[in-house]
Structure formats: C-alpha cells, structure tokens
Design a protein around this ligand. Structure first.
Ligand code: NAD
Length: 481
C-alpha cells in the first residue's frame, strides 16, 4: 500500500513517531494509502528547515523565485492526468472536474503569482522639497499554509505560490482527509530542484499538526482555509502573538433569482453552482431565493435537471456527481437533510444515501423550510439546497443577510440597476451578477462576517506575505523633526 510521506528539508520522511493514518477512497470506502500521523516534533523539524532556508531564498531576486514557480506549474501541467486521477480518488470528485478545473487552476496559481510579483509596488511621497517617504516590502520569514479537503491542490497552491514568490519559506499542512495531491506536489518540487527547506509539507491531524504549527513562535503569518469553527480556534490560539492572519472560512451562499433573469442561463448555472463537486465548494449556492412569480416554473425545471445528474464512479468520464469526501461528512449531510424534514421541509428530489458502497448522497432540493431555521442558517456543505420564494427586495435582503456567514452570492436579472443595487446591499465578500465562479486572480478574494478575515488573491496576497516598512529620507543637510 502507498505510504505518503512528509516533505521536510527536501527529504521524504515518515513522522518521527512512525505512526500512520488510513487514507480512504470515498467512492469505495476502502483504505488505499497511509499518511503520516505527525505531531509537534515533526512541525518543529519543518519550521527549523524553513528557518534555515529563509536567508538564501529571500535573497534571490523575485525573478529567480518566479522562475521556480513557473517550473512547478509546467510540471503540474505535464502530470495533469495523474494529478487529476489522484485527486478524484482521494476526494471523490469527478475526474473531469479535477482535470478541467482543479489541477489546471493549481498550475495557474503558480504562473499567476510568478507574474504578479513584478507588479508589487510601494508608494512614494515627496513630503517636502527635501524629504521623501516610501514604502518598502520584504519577506516575513517562515509562514504557515493550512488547507481544507474540498479543493485540495487548488487551495494549497493558492497559498503556497504567493508566500514563496514574496520570499518566504513555508510549512504547509494539507487536509488529512485528502493528502495525496500535496504529496505529489512535494515530489514535483523536489524534481524541479526547489532549494531544500523552502517548502515543507507536514501531514496529519489538525490538533496534532495544525495546532502546534499555528502557535509556533517562529511562524510569522498563517493563511488558513477551512471551517469557521477551526478559524475561530486559530484566532484564539494565536491571540496576543500578533501574527498576520488570513482566514477563509465557511459560507451559506445565496443564489438570487429575479423573474426578469435569462431563464435558461440561470437554470444551467444554478444547477452547476449548487451541485458542483457535490456542493462541496465553499462558493456553492445552498439557499436559492426565487422571485415568487417564477417560483413554480423555476422549481419544476430545476428539479427535472437535478434528477438527470449522473451519479457514480468519479473516474468515469460521464459522471456529474461523485462521492462525498468521507463517511463522517456523508453522515453529517444526511443528518442535515433529516433535520430539514423535521423543520417542515418537503424533499423535492434526492434526500437519501445512494447505494451502500462509498459515500454517495443524492443531489437534494428542499422547499418549505423557514428562512431563519437552522437548515437555512448553518452550513451543510453537501449536495443540498433549499428553495425560498421572495416578493420584495426588502424581504429578500433581510433573508439573504440573516446568516452569520458572508462569503459569496450570485444575482440573476437583466436589470443592471437592480443587480448593482442588490449587489451593494448583500453582506458578502464576493458577488457575481449573471455568472458564478468566474475569477480574475488579480482581484482580492474573501468573505465578510464569519466567512473571512483578511483577503487573499492578487497584490493583497503578496502584501499579506510581506513586511511593510516606511522609509523616510532627508535629502539635504537641514534637519527636520
Ligand atoms: P477544517 O476546518 O476541518 O480543516 C481545515 C484544515 O485545518 C485542515 O487541514 C485541518 O487539519 C486543519 N485544522 C483542524 N484543526 C486545526 C487546528 N486546531 N489548528 C490548525 N489547523 C487545524 O475544514 P474542512 O472540513 O477541511 O473544510 C471544509 C470547510 O472549509 C467548510 O466550512 C468550507 O466552507 C470551508 N472552505 C472555505 C473556503 C473559503 O474560501 N472561504 C474555501 C474552501 C473551503
């Protein structure tokens, strides 16, 4: 059986305790590889390696570091199918999705930040005729990148790439639920000759690896994507240490469908934005607000389309819906469906586990659950969405903004004035109008309220991973206070 290993100081090693955890293929429920059950002593070794690598790495020119990023990106593309297959087996997501979205986007993250670093610029002010103030960016040192299971390589590289190109060295902790692509990325980094210790990847559980990593005194910044609960625990654990923190957390996103939308386009995209990756994308819509006058028509069409989704072996090319990531997660999602029924919900389609092998849940649509119920307030993070009718914009905004989350939202209407008005008033960090998941990596990304703290993406990410200094020059002999 394959043994995944930690990547520390350019070497592939087991955890110091030589203990391993099972890695399960969620489509079969079978253990298919083992991952190190690492602990604080492995974190210590990784931080030490990153610390030793920092002086030389940060002294390279940005262009030299960018060259390494481009080499990694090229290798990812060279190994596209193998990586997509590994991600599909590890995660349960359809191979097609991994091959066309997750893995190409992971390569793009490296290419993008390799380019973006050349645009990182400070500001300069001539304060007086003889005084100039300017900003100066330099690397922080050792930084931690912690990622979740739903987009394992895509989100890990979204963090690692800006951290490295800005001159930092990294200790990364991928999700223990989907470790395989991070292991393959480490192999790629070794192959392209990334200097040892520049990137270190430690596998294992959140409490035994993530926790000592975030609290480590030498770690200057933490970029985390995962649940709000874990994000809160990181904020609490690091309070008073004054580390830089970027926390991307849970969501309860709204799709807002007005009667004057382009019906067919809205329908197609709503199907995708609700059920892609079995609803396990943080940006998936899980509350579908539909204007009353088209509610019945839209509901009937969406239920019909949902029933046509092909669920099955993630590796088959015609599969639309794969498995949920784990048995634990499947049981949580099934429990949420039962709870929705208890809250008065009617199941329009789906609602059950599919088969007894692997962790499949039918794509599920529910109506009749109150907008302020637990079902419509808490994140489910599975192939489950509720349909909620609305009449006025005022009523709509009250319902949309009622959750503690504020990640993303999509608005569907052909009235651009209404779209912009509502976009301004919804409490989310990302708004799409007549589209979904369209990203320009130059724009800052992140949620508001309990969905996000800080911003990722573009120059924001490069600034996050940099120390910013103000330098003031007195150019003549006169003195100024
Ligand atoms: P999670 O919070 O359970 O785990 C995320 C990562 O944190 C894992 O690597 C885990 O091992 C680690 N971790 C756990 N406990 C830790 C601790 N005490 N200290 C440090 N690290 C710790 O999240 P998950 O279940 O892997 O991912 C699903 C969640 O991620 C959902 O809530 C989803 O909405 C969210 N998510 C958000 C975004 C976004 O951009 N906002 C993107 C993807 C996923």
């Amino acid at each position: 059986m394959d043994k995944i290993l930690n990547y520390i100081n350019g070497e592939f090693v087991a955890g110091k305790q030589n203990k391993f955890l099972d890695n399960i293929n969620p489509a079969t429920g079978q253990v298919y590889s083992l991952i190190p059950d690492s602990d604080a002593s492995d974190v210590e070794a990784a931080v030490k390696a990153a610390e030793l690598a920092f002086p030389a790495w940060s002294k390279l020119t940005a262009e030299e570091r960018a060259n390494y990023l481009n080499l990694i990106a090229a290798k990812i593309i060279e190994n596209l199918d193998a990586l997509a297959k590994a991600e599909s087996i590890d995660n349960g997501k359809p191979f097609n999705l991994a091959q066309t979205v997750d893995i190409p986007r992971s390569a793009k993250n490296f290419n993008f930040f390799a380019d973006a670093i050349s645009a990182l610029h400070g500001e300069s002010f001539r304060t007086n005729k003889d005084v100039i103030n300017y900003t100066d960016y330099s690397a922080l040192g050792v930084v931690a990148c912690i990622s979740p299971w739903n987009l394992p390589l895509y989100l890990l590289t979204w963090k690692i790439a800006p951290a490295l190109v800005a001159g930092n060295t990294v200790v990364a902790k991928p999700s223990e639920v989907t470790p395989m692509t991070a292991y393959l990325l480490a192999k790629i980094c070794a192959e392209v000759g990334l200097p040892k210790g520049v990137l270190n990847i430690i596998h294992g559980l959140g409490p035994s690896v993530g926790s000592p990593l975030v609290s480590h005194k030498k770690v200057k910044a933490i970029t985390f994507t995962g649940s709000t609960q874990t994000g809160k625990s990181i904020a609490q654990a690091t309070a008073g240490q004054f580390k830089k923190l970027a926390l991307e957390m849970g969501g309860k996103n709204a799709n807002i469908i007005f009667a004057d939308c382009d019906f067919e386009k809205t329908l197609e995209t709503t199907l995708r934005s609700t059920f892609s990756n079995q609803g396990q994308i943080c940006l998936c819509g899980s509350r579908l607000f539909i204007e009353k006058s088209i509610y019945e028509k839209f509901k009937t069409a969406l239920v019909e389309k949902t029933k046509q989704l092909k669920q099955g072996d993630p590796l088959k090319s015609d599969t639309d819906q794969g498995a949920l990531v784990s048995e634990l997660h499947m049981n949580k999602v099934l429990q949420c469906i039962n709870h929705a029924k208890a809250e008065g919900g009617t199941i329009l389609c789906g609602g059950n586990r599919k088969g007894n092998t692997g962790y499949f849940v039918e794509p599920t649509l529910i109506e009749g659950v109150a907008w302020d119920s637990k079902t419509n307030q808490e994140e489910i993070f599975g192939p489950v969405a509720t349909l909620i009718p609305f009449t006025t914009e005022e009523e709509l905004l009250q319902m949309v903004n009622s959750t503690t989350y504020g990640l993303a939202c999509s608005i569907w209407t052909n009235n651009i004035h209404k779209a912009q008005r509502v976009a301004h008033l919804v409490e989310t960090g990302v708004v799409w109008i007549n589209t979904w998941m369209l990203r320009d990596l130059r724009t800052p990304f992140g949620g508001v309220k309990e969905s996000g703290y800080g911003r990722e993406g573009g120059l924001e990410a490069l600034k996050f991973f940099s120390e910013v200094k103000n330098i003031c020059i007195q150019t003549f002999n006169e003195t100024r206070s």
